[in-house]
Each structure stands twice: as C-alpha cells, then as structure tokens.
Ligand binder design. Structure first.
Ligand code: AMP
Ligand code: MG
Length: 507
C-alpha cells in the first residue's frame, strides 16, 4: 500500500502558481522522528513507517506514488519591506491527503534542496532547527492552538554549512494548506489578476466553502481570515508565544501557526520581549503581535482590491476600499473579544456578559501589570493562580517579591469568582475545586522552555543523543498534566539565561 493516498488540488487547479520540481537526493537518510499519532490521522499504515522506504520518502530520495512535488510561488513583506519573489526556496509540496476526519492536509518537505526560488540559499535545513519545529509544533497542538505539524524528520547524513557545519535534515510538514498572505501578494504584485482570482477561489473552496456563493466573497474571505488570525494571535498571547518572524509570507490563510524559526516563549511577563537575533527594532516583540497581524491583513486586503474594482472606476475603488477598511478596522475588536474570552477561562470564570467585559478586562490587565512589574514567570503565575482557586495561595505568593499588591488583586479576583459561582447556582461545576480543575485544563504547567529546547537540540546535534529531545517532546505533549515527571520541565530558565537568549531563523 502506498504511504499516502494523494489528491493534489493545488497542482491541478493552480497552474502558474508553482514550479514542478524534484527533491534533491540525500546520501544517508536516517529517521530521527516520526509522528505516529499524526500518521494515523492521515491514514498511513503504521507498519509502513518503520521500513527504509519511509525514510527514503521523508528524505526526498523517493517520490512516493501520487506525489507531484512542486515549489509554490509567494511574495512577502519581510520586516516591513516587500520582496516580490520569495517562494519555496527549500521546501516542496508533495501533495495533499484527505485525513480520517475528512480534512484536506498538505504534505510538504522542508530542507529538500534548491528550487527556482532559492535565491542565494542552499535549499537545506539542519537537524536542530527541524527538531525545534517538531517540539514547538507539537506543544502548540497540545495547547489547543492551530498549527502546522511535523510528520517526520530525517537526518540526511550530509553537513549543512551555517556559521559552522551542522548535520543536515529534512522535515515533513503537514498543514491545512500552505496558502499565505504572501501567496496573494505574489500575483497581485505581478498584476496577474487571472491567477490571483483563481487563488482566491481556491482559498475559499479549501478553507471557507460556505462563502463560495457570498455576494462579496473576496471581503467575506478577508473577514474569515481576520477572524481566524484574531483567534490565533489571542491564543498566542494567552500562552506567551512569540512567533518572532510574522512576515506576510509566514501568515496563513488557514489560521494555523506556521514557520517555527526564531520563535520563543516569554518567561517573565514582558510585552517588549524579543528573542530573535535579527529583530533589532522589536517589530515582532511579544506585545506587538496583534498590531502586526492587523498590518498583515491590510496587505492581504490590498491584493483583493484590483479583483473587485477596475483601475479607472473611482466609485468602485472607493467602495472596495471602504469594505476592506471595515474588515481591517474590525480586527482589534475581534482580537480583544478572543483574548478576553481566553483570559476569562484562564481566570476560572465561565459566566460572561457584555456588561462584565470592561471590568473583567481591567481585572486581567491589572494582573498582567503585576506580573510585569514583579518580573514574574507568565506560565507559572497562571498555573499557580489555579492553586489559589483551590485555596492555597502560597505557591503563587512565592513567585512575587512584594506580595501586598498581589493580595489586593486576589481579593478582587475572589469577589469576581464568587459572583461567577452565584450566577451558576444550578451548575454542578461551580465552586473552588471545580474552578481550580478548569483552570488547570487551560493554564499549562509545561511549555517548551527555551533553555530546555536548546539543551535537547544540542544533545542531538553535538552528541547524536535523542534522549533529551524525546523526553522533552513527551513533556510538552502533556502540558496540563501535573505528575512528578513534568516538574523539571515546568521550571523557568535562570533569569540570566533568558536575558542572553537569542533565537535564529534556522536557515
Ligand atoms: P523563512 O524565513 O523560513 O520564512 O523563509 C523566507 C524565505 O527564504 C522563503 O522563501 C524560504 O524558502 C527562503 N529560505 C529560507 N532558508 C533558505 C535556504 N536555506 N535556502 C533557500 N531558501 C531559503
Ligand atoms: Mg517562511
């Protein structure tokens, strides 16, 4: 039985949006990681994963039956500057499969060699950054955050030259699609409205089929993307995730997180936190992410205008700009609503209403201000707030130097919790213990701590030891579990380590 039952709509329906291109052969493929849970979801026969044939496919040495490898074209704003041609410089879409739940998923290789879009790059990837993508993607998935996921990582047996020679790797990535804001920008920048129109219709068919007949389907798509991105970035903010390189080519139409390059998790709460070595101006700082998402959506909106208004039709242009602006201006409200909904669950509240919005937002903002002023670990503070819900304030207090402001805030929070319970007299899940339990199911104990990720990757790259990677992966896949084995992965890095921490683009 072939590994994948491919059905390749992108290759079939969007000629002109890609270049057919074969993966490069690698000398000595060795499977480092395979995602059995995801493989089962994709309908892959478990027995087929262990043989040399699977490693050859995941390395790009064998193109499996039904695959049609293509390098997708896209453009993108990188740190605000427009590059009209980026494209898959080291990735190839092998094809699409419909999974067990009926969802169409892309299966793509990353690090599979040079393509016509490679510019100066070597088309390769290194083991460390590809295993990093595994860990962060699996952690995000376990946290309930939409994300592309790693199906496999193969060591190629070849050295990749970066600042120093590193072991090479190929990642197999699964995504709801690889359509990006930059995909639209590529054809808009070329003035190729014909292909752009087909890309829009393809995106609607794939991600928002209900909108196919909508009267203003372009702006309906824009609105749907805005809603997904608002929900996504709100989830990032509520777990302390810093993407690090929110260029328009790294923002999906599907609403999945994509491209785990220089990403990191905030430790001590700080909206100004930046870890990326190339983000000198802090454009992609933790607290800037919502504004950047909005900026990126405005770039998407611009690509749609020529599709709905002829260049000489001023009235149509004005109307189109007004419609696009309406969606872009709605983004902050969509984002704030998604953020607050998530924050309420983190606070252990489940009764919400419009009248409570302002007071609840103030409550959570004051909490975050306490964390920021005290340089308190974001993840642990939320988790220990669940202990406080169960009646034990001590673990939370231990995170703060000055506890007086915390004590005052806890009194406000408890009053709000009491009101929440009073609103739920017939709800069997009311009360402190139920609240603590609910909070522990949304406030993770374990996130991929930056220092843990680095240790695990160094062990593989430097010593060929997969043990720390596998143990870390096991821990981040159960972020809400409280058992003893999780404890070492819950600890923040020493402050000095975080202060010096830098992430790289993994290119
Ligand atoms: P990224 O920063 O990973 O989102 O990549 C931005 C662009 O650079 C994309 O067009 C990539 O395909 C391309 N790129 C990144 N690394 C390489 C590489 N080693 N070789 C060729 N192209 C690359
Ligand atoms: Mg990218």
């Amino acid at each position: 039985m072939p590994l994948f039952a491919f059905d390749n709509t992108y290759a079939r329906e969007l000629p002109g949006a890609y270049v057919a291109w074969p993966p490069a052969a690698t000398p000595a493929p060795k499977l480092l990681f395979v995602n059995r849970i995801l493989a089962a979801e994709l309908g892959i026969d478990a027995a087929a994963l262990d043989g040399p044939e699977a490693a050859a496919v995941f390395a790009g040495n064998t193109v499996p039956p039904g695959a049609e490898p293509i390098a997708q074209a896209y453009a993108g704003h990188q740190f605000g500057g427009f590059s009209p041609q980026l494209g898959d410089g080291r990735a190839l879409l092998l094809g699409e499969v419909v999974d067990r739940h009926g969802r169409r998923r892309d299966v793509a290789l990353k690090g599979s060699g040079r393509t016509p879009f490679s510019r100066g790059g070597d088309g390769k990837a290194a083991v460390g950054p590809m295993l990093r993508e595994v860990i962060i993607g699996e952690a995000m998935h376990a946290l309930g955050i939409p994300t592309t996921r790693a199906l496999a990582v193969v060591a190629t047996g070849e050295a990749v030259v970066r600042e120093r020679p590193l072991p090479g790797a190929v990642l197999t990535r699964v995504a709801a699609s690889h359509l990006r804001v930059g995909t639209f920008q590529f054809f808009a920048a070329q003035g190729d409205l014909e292909t752009l129109r087909r890309v829009v219709d393809y995106a609607i068919a794939r991600h928002d089929p209900a909108l196919a007949q909508a009267p203003q389907r372009h702006f309906a798509l824009l609105r749907a993307v805005a809603e997904r991105q608002a929900a996504l970035v709100a989830q990032w903010m509520n777990v302390g995730f810093i993407h690090g390189v929110m260029n328009t080519d790294n923002m999906t139409i599907s609403g999945e997180t994509i491209d785990y390059g220089p990403c990191a998790f905030v430790e001590a709460y700080d909206p100004a936190a930046v870890f990326s070595s190339i983000d000198h101006g802090g454009r992609y700082a933790f607290g800037n992410q919502p504004q950047i998402a909005r900026w990126n959506l405005a770039r998407l909106a611009e690509t749609l205008l020529p599709l709905v208004a002829a260049p000489d039709d001023e009235a149509a242009i004005r109307d189109a700009v007004a419609r696009a602006t309406e969606v872009i201006d709605a983004f902050p409200g969509l984002y704030r609503a998604a953020l607050l909904a998530g924050q309420r669950t983190k606070l252990g509240l489940h009764h919400a209403s419009r009248e409570l919005d302002a007071a609840d937002a103030a409550l959570v903002d004051d909490w975050l201000a306490l964390l920021q002023r005290g340089r308190v670990d974001f993840t642990l503070a939320w988790r220990r707030l669940a202990d406080a819900a169960a009646g034990d304030d001590a673990p939370l207090r231990a995170l703060f130097g000055d506890v007086d402001p915390l004590v005052a805030w806890l009194a406000r929070w408890r009053a709000r919790c009491d009101a929440d319970d009073a609103a739920a007299t017939h709800d069997p899940a009311a009360g402190p213990l139920a609240r603590a339990e609910r909070m522990r199911s949304v406030n993770p104990l374990v996130i991929p701590r930056n220092h843990r990720v680095e240790q695990a990757l160094a062990a593989v790259s430097d010593d060929g030891d997969l043990g720390p990677f596998e143990r870390l992966l096991g821990a981040v896949r159960r972020p809400f579990d409280d058992e003893a084995a999780q404890a070492p992965y819950a600890e923040p890095a020493p402050a000095a380590v975080t202060a010096a921490y830098k992430t790289y683009c993994g290119t």
